[in-house]
Design a protein around this ligand. Structure first.
Ligand code: DHB
Ligand code: FE
Length: 291
């Protein structure tokens, strides 16, 4: 049976991808930013997930004002990098897992959690930057092929109204039920990406709220139920207009059903004009069952 063994989160700041592409990750500004991911890279290489359910948001690359799915699942066998204005990133296409993706879609929809099925989709920095920080080589070079299959779960956090944090948590629970009913033995990771505090435009551009971010990271293990009730207005007020991306972390957290242990954390400000946050959680129940 498939099991969700770990939940990971990370910001997806596009400048990180640009530094990888330009070979500038050793520059003094960027070195500590990349260094903070090394523990996780080593851990993921040894853990070898078969599949990552990668919860992310599209930034008007695959979707635009014509189509705004609140929740969507990528069911194709490959996802190509999108052109975000400077040509597609020079990273390999991301391999999908259509069979597991269709299984999750069926399970969630029959479980009364309707999710949009996407058969063709390009992916932007929201998905490719998390791949870089967890799968690039020690010297921060993108591999020729990504060593894992990915089921992308796209969440609308760009156009009002985004889903509530509680709804995201419940989707995580539905995804966990779906994975548990998949018959093949698979080591599945779920990643919640985006955030942390940031605002990209307007008079508050550059807003970073270190205290709020740290508390959010602490609550992931100390009292995660509290995270479910954070209202949109609090994200907006305390973490800037783009801080709402953090609701995607709650899909990851809701999918971890067992006792959760924090294995690693990396918080660095500023990165570009924003806060960078990253956490690795181990789902202890899943580990016990697999053993
Ligand atoms: C930036 C863009 C993002 O989508 C994000 O989540 C963080 C930062 C940026 O353009 O710097
Ligand atoms: Fe973003």
């Amino acid at each position: 049976m498939a099991r969700i063994t770990h939940g990971l989160s990370t910001s997806h700041i596009p400048a990180i991808g640009a530094m990888v592409d330009q070979g500038r990750t050793d520059e003094p500004y960027w070195q500590p930013i990349f260094e903070g991911y090394q523990w996780t890279k080593d851990y993921v290489a040894q853990e070898k997930p078969d599949v990552v359910i990668l919860v992310y948001n599209d930034h008007a690359s695959a979707f635009d004002m014509k189509f705004i799915p609140t929740f969507a699942i990528g069911c194709s066998d490959e996802f190509r990098p999108a052109d975000e204005g400077w040509g597609p990133r020079p990273v390999p296409p991301v391999p999908g897992h259509p069979d597991l993706a269709w299984h999750i879609a069926q399970s969630c929809i029959l479980d009364e959690f309707d999710i949009t099925i996407i058969n063709e989709m390009e992916v932007d920095h929201g998905l490719t930057v998390p791949m870089d920080v967890f799968f690039d080589s020690k010297d921060n070079k993108t591999p020729a092929q990504w060593p894992v299959k990915v089921v992308p779960v796209a969440v609308n956090v760009v156009t009002y109204p985004p889903p509530s944090g509680n709804r995201c948590w419940m989707l995580g629970e539905a995804i966990a039920r779906a994975v548990e009913s998949y018959p093949e033995d698979l080591n599945v990771h779920i990643w919640g990406t985006g955030g942390m505090s940031h605002q990209l435009q307007g008079p508050r551009a550059g807003l970073i709220n270190k205290e709020w971010d740290q508390r959010f990271l602490d609550l992931m293990t100390s009292d995660p139920q509290k995270l479910r009730t954070i209202e949109h207005i609090e994200y907006l007020r305390e973490t800037g207009s783009e801080g709402i991306e953090m609701v995607m972390w709650l899909i990851m957290r809701g999918a971890l059903q067992g006792k959760v242990t924090e294995l690693h954390r990396h918080y660095h400000v500023p990165c570009s004009n924003t806060a960078l946050g990253h956490i690795v959680l181990k789902n202890e129940v899943a580990e016990t069952v697999v053993a």
